[in-house]
Design a protein around this ligand. Sequence first.
Ligand code: NAD
Length: 414
Amino acid sequence: MEKSGISRRSFTKASAVASFGILTAATGKAANGKGTIKIGLIGAGGRGTGAVMDCLEGNKDLDLKLVAAADIFEDKLKDPQSGFAKITKHPKVDVKPDMMFSGVDAYKKLLATDVDMIIHATPPYARPDHITAAVDAGKQIFTEKPAGVDPVGVRKFMAAAKKAEEKKLSFVCGTQRRHQQEYVETVKKLQDGAIGDIVAARAYWCGSLPFSHERKEGWSDLEYRLRNWYNQCWTCGDNIVEQHIHNMDVINWVMGGPPVSVFASGGRAWKPTEERYGDIYDNFSCDYEYKNGVFVTSMSRHFNGAAEGVFEWVKGTKGVSDCKDLGEKGTNPYQQEHIDLLASIMGTGPYLNEGVRCAESTMTVIMGRMSAYTGKKYTWEEALNEDLDIVPKDLDFSKSYPVGPVPVPGKKKA
Ligand SMILES: NC(=O)c1ccc[n+]([C@@H]2O[C@H](COP(=O)([O-])OP(=O)(O)OC[C@H]3O[C@@H](n4cnc5c(N)ncnc54)[C@H](O)[C@@H]3O)[C@@H](O)[C@H]2O)c1
């Protein structure tokens, strides 16, 4: 069945080359004479540079070029050892010095250029503001997950996604299982009743500790928080939001929408109390309820040396499934998401706007975190409408950004 992935790719490429005029019409922009689709990268770290390569390599026959890049830290763009420096060797990467932007407003400067499309891969705290600005600037969008770190940010991201729809801007999010053939085929069969009615499910992200850094001499408070972003709730949303979103996105897909409520527990069993480990938990166990009274057990934890497992599993009245066992392997999903995005932009495939459902999957894991932090049960409506906004508004390298304390259920309010 790899065949079907390949034939779909070939179709996309052949028809896209023939129909670049459609992009010009869709974006309302004059092409640059040769019809190049100009891409700008915001957040030039591991995933951002990887996503650029996935986009260029997945769409080899298209006339694409990375022409601009923005990162809050200049060294991420200029250090010869950086991931960005490595991708500049690619023939379709041509970022001139005056198209490299750094600092807190780097994203605004990039959005003011004539790039047609952005690849957004900062940590999630910046996503709602940056994506809103990108839609306002009329850019086609690939954005990494999660959509944000709190309900206020998620609502803002949802509003931007709806505005993108009105502007007919394509909008693909980095929940790549939605572009992985095994999942796509299996979920379709599950929705068509392959294992009967779904009666229960499980979703686990049980892995080891992600990166953390000691504070280096000369780093301001903000620089430390951002370079150590996987360890503060306001920068990453906690591990349940950062990583478990992938699993809960699959469950929401199978169930046909987000949960109606959650009751959760969590804490810090493995991480010592050190600044490098910030203020986040290392384990969450959530009991989600979906419509029709279906319960989903979810676990998200980062422990070194303990059992690991990352999967989704559903039980129906006639059988069970791991959500990918009824499909065939296809193209690398990290490339396929860019193949599908470019087909949407060029009008050679279906129009894609995944923003609202990515926001819903983000909110699903944020509500699990809120329940664990507070010890309260949350309904979907209560959590989504909570006035919780944890991202500082004034990013300033001369100010202090203290973290903590680690949330205590029964004491923390939201
Ligand atoms: N879909 C997937 O499987 C997958 C895999 C890895 C990472 N990701 C996502 O990609 C995102 C980035 O992760 P990463 O591993 O590349 O992290 P990273 O630290 O390697 O890169 C993040 C980059 O963003 C920059 N940045 C931070 N704040 C910024 C701002 N305000 N403006 C501009 N640049 C800013 C940082 O300096 C850094 O270079 C995360 O949201 C993560 O969840 C997704």
